[in-house]
Design a protein around this ligand. Structure first.
Ligand code: UDP
Length: 367
């Protein structure tokens, strides 16, 4: 008998398993995929770690979480500064003073501030993603950087999307082109899979094992079950299906040293079917005479697709809240991670929430 059966070997499951194992609990981790690490999984090809399910760049402002992950991997000092390609021009990104210089010729923070003040579409109460970003940067910047990319990525009109999605992106009036504000960032040297191997070391893991194939059996194995998969699937879709965004990745090998000169280039034109091209070696400053790149294509969601992003619009939020109410009543089951919480978490937030959950369980036991 196990103390915890953990369904899903992604970031939430692996962190939870590590913590509970270190507290002397007996854990079994199962995953329906044939590998650990969930969508963080990387595959090493000729010394280059390919992010098989999209680029993952670790960042956090929380020193405890930064110290925590460093127990399991050494991180390099990669800084994410994507470039944007739109109609054969390349722009600095995220939007910063150099971007504004490229578009408007402004050269100082004050000139940039005045320019944005002139072009922004004034709106005291923006109701959606489009209105919000227009109120910050105006039509031209919206068209170049946001409209096409967002429409492709979410397969929805930006008017139908919540603005928090875009508030992830900084808009800066200085030349800082670091995507993240956080004090700590980097890529685990040797790939994310290695980080997960270390997180899960000494813990029993069964791959190719589908919880839903025999729930009663799996539930019977442990005192508590930590579920990190889709919450709508857990409840057999009784309140309806939640929508997720899914992607297709096209990986290719090139016998050249450098394909695009940067880890990430976003293609923001609506007519180009992919949203970005990732060149993996740049995450680890690779010097190989060859390279691997990945094009990321948004795809229409189907029930069996791999879920990547929750869609936190009104319709889905209403459905999710019904599942959430049920999940709060459970005594055997614990839910966590991007899919079970239906939240657009970053990796550090997932780790933070798993650590917090373990702390709360400990406090309840000792109270
Ligand atoms: N986004 C955009 N243009 C870009 C990059 C991002 O409009 O060139 C928007 C898009 O809606 C995206 C959101 O900003 O979904 C968040 O971007 P982020 O890079 O944080 O997305 P992730 O890396 O999580 O896919």
């Amino acid at each position: 008998m196990y103390d915890y059966l953990i369904v899903g070997a992604g970031m939430y499951g692996a962190t939870f398993a590590r913590e509970m194992t270190d507290k002397g609990k007996k854990c079994l981790v199962i995953d329906r995929r044939s590998h650990i690490a969930g969508n963080c999984y990387t595959e090493n090809k000729e010394g280059i770690n390919i992010h098989k399910y999209g680029a993952h760049i670790f960042h956090t402002d929380d020193e405890n979480i930064w110290n925590y992950v460093q127990r399991f991997a050494e991180f390099n000092n990669f800084k994410n500064s994507p470039r944007v390609r739109y109609k054969d021009k390349i722009y600095s990104f995220p939007i910063n003073l150099f971007t504004l210089y490229q578009i408007y010729g402004v050269q100082t923070p004050e000139e940039a501030r005045q320019k944005l003040e002139e072009v922004r579409v004034k709106n005291d109460n923006p109701q959606n993603l489009e209105e919000w970003i227009l109120s910050q940067v105006g039509e031209e910047i919206y068209d170049i950087f946001i409209k096409g990319y967002t429409t492709k990525q979410w397969m929805k009109d930006p008017k139908e999307l919540p603005s928090f999605i875009i508030k992830r992106l900084p808009i800066r009036l200085n030349f800082n082109d670091n995507y993240f504000f956080d004090r700590f960032q980097g890529i685990p040297i040797g790939g994310y899979t290695k980080l997960f191997e270390n997180l899960l070391s000494g813990i029993e893991v069964q791959l190719d094992t589908d919880y839903f194939a025999d729930r009663d059996y799996f539930d019977g194995l442990a005192d508590k079950v930590v579920f990190t998969g889709r919450i709508d699937e857990f409840y057999n879709y009784r309140f309806g299906e939640l929508e997720y965004r899914t992607l297709r990745f096209e990986h290719s090998y090139h016998a050249i040293e450098d394909y695009q000169g940067n880890a990430v280039v976003n293609y923001t034109e609506l007519d180009i079917p992919y949203t970005r091209i990732i060149e993996h070696k740049h995450f680890e400053f690779g010097k190989q005479p060859y390279t691997y790149v990945t094009k990321e294509y948004p795809e229409v969601w189907q029930k069996d697709s791999i879920p990547y992003y929750p869609i936190n619009d009104d319709t889905n939020t209403k459905i999710f809240n019904q599942y959430k109410t049920l999940s709060k009543e459970e005594t055997k089951y614990i839910f966590g991670g991007r899919l079970a919480d239906y939240r657009y978490y970053d990796m550090h937030q997932v780790i933070g929430s798993a650590l917090a959950k373990v702390r709360r369980i400990e406090e309840t036991i000792s109270a």
